[in-house]
Design a protein around this ligand. Structure first.
Ligand code: SAM
Length: 397
């Protein structure tokens, strides 16, 4: 059974045509998908470049711009009508927790942005994709056009619970909060699909790095990602690699052929390699009192800051005391430093074999226990690494 037939059957049966390309006009294809059924839309619509005349380099060679029929619209009005039609369908099929990404250049992104706001989408961010290797402005008449803009939006202002893998983005950025300006090269080299004649298979193939960031940021493994302007299938290739489902829509048979061939070669990553790490907010809350209740630290023991300038005494109710002041690990940490706030879990340390260890490792130990499978029979129970009183007794006053 061909992919197109399988997709049609899935739609007829009320199922999503997962991991296929729907052939034909995207507005017609979108109309066949059920309401509130997909998690993410990534759209790279026609730019409506309105190119006038041929563009040449100083050596008179022709610049391969986007002069294809799919990018031509009779007027701004026609382009706006088209934008509103596909955007409205995307909004209908998105789950309330889903989001839409749309990429464009100065030629179209402002019009698309206005259209999506008019339709009720709520903009969460705009991202500047700064190209590290942009095409120069050959005529020297304007600035080098070195970026495109992505708009990230939820279907309504009220939509909450949309996926944003904050920690994954921070980790991707070596521990720093991910910013809204992304420096990523254009798609070149081996990644760029070529036809039998050696020419680019598509004039605007997007880099996989861009889609990697978008999909990793705004979806979970197993989610459904729709791309109404599939082209060479960059969205599908990255979605498949990252363990997400995709539904592509494209009407050009040449691009569809290139995308299918590309998708066949993608090997999905192992589930454990794409699983989303829990955010701090999702982690089980462990009050410091539990550390005392569980006997990992005992009342009367001393805690120290990393430089051992301050020492506080542990109390039975999970508070700390220092020089007559009593409060939580955070309050007392802030108090001794004369600061408005402090993370007591990382500030306070206990002594093990003469070395300071942050009390946070005790919290992690309890968390790991709570999240692990049911305990083995009593005879096989292994004691916690830090035991009641052990190694810590010399901390007592
Ligand atoms: C800017 S390109 C997308 C390129 C793609 N992101 C990639 O990385 O290869 C837009 C694509 O949308 C397709 N297209 C334009 N209008 C369409 C429509 N009404 N329905 C389906 N596809 C359409 C074009 O054929 C073109 O391949």
């Amino acid at each position: 059974m061909s992919q197109a037939v399988a997709a049609a059957k899935a739609v007829q049966g009320g199922r999503l045509p997962l991991d296929t390309i729907m052939v034909g006009d995207c507005i017609a294809a979108l109309k066949t998908l059920p309401d509130k059924s997909v998690d993410l839309v990534f759209a790279d619509p026609p730019y409506n470049l309105q190119l006038g005349g041929e563009l040449t380099r100083p050596d008179q060679s022709r610049v391969a711009g986007v002069d294809d029929a799919w990018d031509k619209f009779a007027s701004f009005e026609a382009y706006d009508k088209f934008s509103r039609a596909w955007l409205a369908e995307c909004r209908r099929i998105l789950k309330p927790t889903g989001t839409l990404w749309v990429i464009g250049s100065y030629h179209n992104i402002f019009r698309v942005g206005a259209a999506l706001q008019d339709l009720g989408f709520w903009i969460l961010n705009d991202i500047i994709w700064r190209k590290s290797n942009p095409m120069p402005n050959f005529r020297g008449t304007r600035f080098t056009n070195a970026h495109e803009t992505l708009i990230w939006a939820s279907p309504t202002q009220e939509a909450s619970g949309y996926t944003f893998n904050y920690e994954a983005m921070k980790t991707l950025n070596e521990g720093l909060q991910m910013r809204s300006d992304w420096l990523i090269p254009l798609c070149t080299g081996g990644e760029r699909l070529k036809g039998d004649d050696g020419a680019k298979a598509h004039p605007t193939q997007k880099p996989e790095a861009l889609l990697h960031r978008v999909i990793l940021a705004a979806s979970k493994p197993g989610d459904v990602v729709v791309d109404p302007f599939f082209g060479t299938g960059t969205t599908g290739a990255v979605a498949k690699k990252l363990g997400r489902h995709f539904i592509g829509m494209e009407r050009d048979p040449g691009y569809i052929k290139a995308a299918r061939e590309r998708l066949r070669q993608v090997v999905p990553a192992a589930a454990e390699d794409v699983a989303i790490a829990k955010t701090k907010r999702e982690e089980v809350r462990i009050p410091f009192g539990q550390v005392i209740e569980r006997g990992l630290l005992e009342p009367g023991m001393k805690l120290y800051d990393p430089s051992r300038r301050h020492a506080a005494r542990v109390r039975a109710d999970g508070s700390l005391s220092v020089d007559g002041a009593t409060g939580s690990i955070h309050q007392i940490g802030a108090h001794v430093q004369n600061l408005p706030a402090c993370n007591g879990w990382t500030f306070w340390h206990f002594l093990v074999d003469g070395k300071l260890k942050p009390i946070d490792i005790l919290r992690q130990q309890i968390r790991a226990e709570l999240e692990s499978p049911p305990p083995p029979p009593p005879s096989a129970v292994v004691p916690l690494p830090v035991r009641r009183g052990k190694d810590l007794s010399h901390n007592r006053r």
